[in-house]
Design a protein around this ligand. Structure first.
Ligand code: ARG
Length: 255
């Protein structure tokens, strides 16, 4: 119970912080290129344990830790810019970011717009429902109202499989989960690790024992930015090979 309360508080905080940052214009204020050895990473910190905002307004989590290790390796400073998830790819292509790490699935559609590094983690699309729900399998989502985070792969699968009219988009999985708790929707489709955190933070929810899809997470870089690509991808590959990335992930995910 104490744990649940703490997490719920954390999430409320992270949402507030996000609102404040978004209000300030987020990435718009930062310059055009990596200057003075600062790496600008974009993320959407509503996605624990990959990224969330802590009590001190810092973005923390697996992606933040991996990015810091990458920056250290390159002898650069790291600046994390928190923005809407569906703003990340446009911001990359507008050169407002050097790279994005956001538990982002290296999907073929996105690979037409940005380049993906070698994958560093795996995600599974999970289905969250109320504990007493009649929904037990993916097929049961038909004719239901399913909540997703705008622009995510969960959004795409549900829109393709169920039809747009059965999908309700939210600015984050946190907000989608609140709508589920309030009975406004029948299920939420989102990646399994944040799903666990959302279920932990709320009473009366469960995750179905199904795997909608299994996906690879990778860092994204603008297509014409080959110098940056080589730096980030090179560092990630080394950190993968020497076990650093697995070690960071194991600090947050205990199977
Ligand atoms: N893996 C999913 C996708 O790429 C969801 C990622 C959401 N990430 C986030 N930081 N909110 O679409």
């Amino acid at each position: 119970m104490g744990m649940k309360k703490k997490l719920a508080g954390l999430m409320a905080l992270s949402m507030m912080a996000f609102g404040v940052m978004a209000g300030c214009g987020g990435a718009q204020d930062s310059g055009a290129q990596a200057e003075g050895g600062t790496l600008r990473m974009g993320t959407n910190a509503t996605f624990p344990p990959y990224e969330s905002v802590d009590e001190n307004n810092n973005v923390v989590g697996i992606d933040a830790d991996i990015a810091q290790t990458v920056a250290d390796k390159l002898g650069m400073k790291l600046e994390i810019i928190n923005m809407e998830f569906d703003a990340l790819i446009p911001a990359l292509n507008a050169k407002q970011l050097d790279f994005a790490m956001a538990g982002m699935t290296a999907s073929p559609e996105r690979a037409e717009q940005v380049d993906f590094t070698t994958p560093y983690a795996t995600g599974i699309q999970a289905i969250i429902v109320p504990e007493d729900s009649q929904i037990v399998a993916i097929e049961d989502l038909k004719d239901k109202k399913v909540g997703v985070q705008t622009g995510t792969t969960g959004d795409k699968y549900c829109s393709d499989d169920l039809g747009e009219e059965h999908v309700q988009r939210f600015e984050s999985g946190v907000v989608a989960t609140q709508a589920l708790v309030n009975g406004q929707i029948d299920a939420v489709v989102i990646d399994n690790e944040p799903a666990k955190a959302y279920v932990e933070a709320n009473e009366g929810l469960k995750i179905l024992d199904t795997q909608y899809t299994v996906e690879d997470y990778a860092a994204a870089i603008a297509k014409d930015n080959t110098e940056m690509y080589d730096k980030i991808n090179g560092a990630l590959e080394e950190l993968k090979a020497d076990g650093t990335i697995d070690k960071i992930i194991a600090q947050y995910i205990h199977e």
